[in-house]
Design a protein around this ligand. Structure first.
Ligand code: GLU
Length: 411
């Protein structure tokens, strides 16, 4: 299955619980608009670089399209479609007034200079400019994009359409960004696992964690879970992983990574491969990198009781089925990593009102959203007679989008 097929497979589980009339299915599955743009830029050596960018706007029944922008060599239309759809269900589930969208540029950003990245980002903003805006579609960071990239989008858009801080979220705190946004996805993941464990009579500070990916989400989660007393026993990045069953010294690891740009070789830990990482014994396995990493081939060897989907779409349909059949609790992406878009919403609200919330206020409101979404999922699991967290989450989200669609009418 492709990523979009996987997303639709999970969506169908929600439809089934809701006994959804077939006439809604195509409407709720199909993206409303797909943009594919050519991005020709001048490279530093005078040659021309040709790239392809996408923006898929999946659904806006509940509010403006919302979702991140990813720079990765494997970006394609199918993946962006899947990720856009996931945003529709994520915003509905977590209760922020947005629809869903996603963008991507097929590029390896590590091969570009900062000036080339800036030109690429500005060209992309030009190409999709008339289709985005603070009340239309609001991009944000995703894999390999960050606050600097958001600043360029804000600037380029504002040059043409006038001052518009609310056109993107995930901006730097020094340029209309929100306190707490950088850590928000990792912090949301922490609340998601804390709630899931405590609903089963377990505690975060007694649990061990294995984290795949040490980018924004993985590294913040590692830091926060370590501060909360959890034991991080293994982590990895694109180059490979490290493990120490006694627990890694995460603050020391953060300093090490800041210097060496990789986790491998960290003193006091054993180097392991990415495949070994996934089967390392722990209570909670946290995929925080690419999609489709937990598959039919490896799900049987996973040595965890919980899988916390910090990444988008880390399980294939078959991988997910194996986890379920083994009684491993999978905390689905549309809930687990919803902290990012939740604080994006807070940033946008602050931008529209020209005010700034304290970090404590941001974190407290984030916690409220995560706790109440978790409670709604638990209730839905009971109502539907013991389904998976994922099926319950999709059913809740689909119900909300369907309701908004019905209320607005098709015109
Ligand atoms: N890229 C993040 C996600 O997948 C954040 C999206 C946003 O803040 O709009 O949820």
């Amino acid at each position: 299955m492709t990523p979009y097929q996987t997303t639709n497979h999970f969506l169908e589980q929600g439809f089934a619980l809701l006994e959804m009339e077939p006439r809604y299915k195509a409407l709720l599955m199909t993206p409303s608009r797909e943009l594919r743009v050519e991005l020709a830029i001048e490279m530093d050596d005078g040659s021309i670089g040709n790239y392809i960018g996408y923006r898929v706007q999946h659904d806006n029944a509940r509010g403006p399209y919302k979702g991140g922008l990813r720079y990765h060599p494997e970006v394609d239309i199918d993946e962006v479609r899947a990720l856009a759809s996931l945003m529709t269900w994520k915003t509905a589930l977590i209760g922020v007034p947005y629809g869903g969208a996603k963008g991507g540029i097929q590029v390896d950003p590590s091969q570009l200079s900062p000036r080339e990245l800036e030109r690429l980002t500005r060209r992309f903003t030009e190409q999709i400019g008339e289709f985005i805006g603070p009340a239309i579609d609001i991009p944000a960071p995703d894999m390999n994009t960050n606050a600097q990239v958001m600043s360029w989008i804000f600037d380029q858009y504002s040059r043409r359409y006038g001052y518009s801080p609310g056109v993107v979220t995930g901006k730097p705190v020094g340029l209309h960004g929100s306190l707490g946004r950088d850590a928000a996805t990792g912090r949301g993941c922490l609340f998601a696992i804390r709630e899931t464990l405590s609903a089963r009579g377990e505690q975060l500070n007694k649990a061990s964690f294995v984290i795949q990916g040490f980018g924004n989400v993985g590294s913040w989660f590692a830091r926060l879970v370590h501060e909360a007393g959890g034991r991080v026993v293994a982590v990895s990045d694109v180059h490979g992983g490290i493990a120490n069953p006694e627990g890694l010294d995460v603050p020391a690891l953060m300093r090490y990574v800041a210097e060496t740009k990789r986790v491998g070789g960290f003193p006091g830990a054993k180097d392991i491969s990415n495949a070994e990482l996934l089967t390392t014994p722990c209570d909670v396995l946290v995929p925080a990198a690419l999609g489709h990493v937990i598959t039919a081939e490896n799900a049987g060897q996973i040595n965890a009781r919980y899988v916390l989907e910090a990444a988008n779409g880390p399980c294939t349909a078959q991988g997910d089925a194996v986890l379920n059949s083994r009684g491993i609790v999978c905390i689905p992406d549309i809930f687990a990593n919803a902290g990012g878009v939740t604080v994006s919403y807070f940033e946008w609200v602050q931008n529209t009102q020209n005010l700034r919330w304290t970090e404590a206020e941001v974190n407290q409101r984030l916690e409220e959203h995560m706790v109440s979404a978790h409670a709604a999922i638990v209730k839905a699991m009971e109502d539907y007679g013991g389904c998976s967290m994922r099926a319950a989450a999709f059913a809740l989200a689909v119900q909300r989008v369907k309701e908004a669609t019905d209320l607005r009418g098709l015109g």
